[in-house]
Ligand binder design. Structure first.
Ligand code: CA
Length: 232
């Protein structure tokens, strides 16, 4: 799952958020003011930040601007007690990925967090990635969205494309089944309903389309899948 930083000066709310998100399987670190958050961000790699705007010492908006200068792609969800439209607009303009107005529903926070994490694992919008594939290159373009093997376009369904881009973005690392299901926008129950068998089918189809490319989708037993370059 993800390593999350929760920055909130309201102790009760912070503890509640930390407990709920830890229960959802995340690793969670709490900070009670903006300076503490900056110190933590300096020393630790986080997957996402939940950031209150009204904070002591260094306020949330200053932390957000600071984050954007240093960690351009770190997903940030802002929490604001202020329900003024200007605060939300200012937050989004300063680089927040999403926001929630207090009081918020925990289920909604979890859903938005999940969506934010899913987007951050996908290639950046408009971006393209490529990697060596035998004597050619595999190229994945997030904007179109299309993929090519050398000069040949790969005929992929939406799900196959999402699976492939997730594997390319994490080439050489294991992508878990949960990562794939969340990339497919399935909530966990639905994802489980779809089952590992369906995922196996997609992986099998993708393997066939990548045949002779020198790329191999390895089944890492019990963990997930890994895209690797099989050519020596
Ligand atoms: Ca506050």
């Amino acid at each position: 799952m993800a390593h999350l930083l929760i920055v909130e000066d309201d102790e009760l709310l912070r503890d509640g958020l930390c407990a709920q998100l830890a229960q959802a399987g995340h690793t969670v670190t709490g900070a009670s003011d903006g300076a503490q958050a900056q110190a933590l961000l300096d020393g630790t790699r986080f997957d996402a930040v939940i950031l209150d705007l009204g904070l002591p010492v260094v306020d949330g908006m200053a932390v957000l601007r600071w984050v954007r200068k240093r960690l351009a792609t770190l997903p940030v969800l802002i929490l604001t007690a202020r329900d003024g439209v200007e605060d939300r607009v200012e937050g989004l303009n300063a680089g927040a990925d999403d926001y929630l107005t207090k009081p918020f529903d925990m289920a909604e926070l979890k859903a938005r967090l999940q969506a934010m994490l899913r987007r951050s694992r996908m290639p950046a919008f408009g971006g393209s990635m490529e990697m060596p594939a035998g004597n050619a290159r595999l190229r994945v373009d997030a904007q179109l969205p299309r993929a090519w093997l050398g000069d040949e376009p790969l005929e992929l369904t939406q799900r196959e494309w999402e699976l492939l881009s997730l594997l390319v973005a994490n080439a050489g690392q294991v992508v878990s089944r949960e990562d794939v299901f969340s990339a497919w926008q399935s909530e966990s129950a639905e994802g489980a309903g779809m089952g590992s068998n369906a995922l196996e089918v997609y992986v099998h189809r993708l393997r066939r389309k990548l045949a002779d490319s020198g790329l191999n989708i390895r089944n890492v037993r019990g963990l997930g899948y890994m895209l690797e370059n099989a050519t020596p």
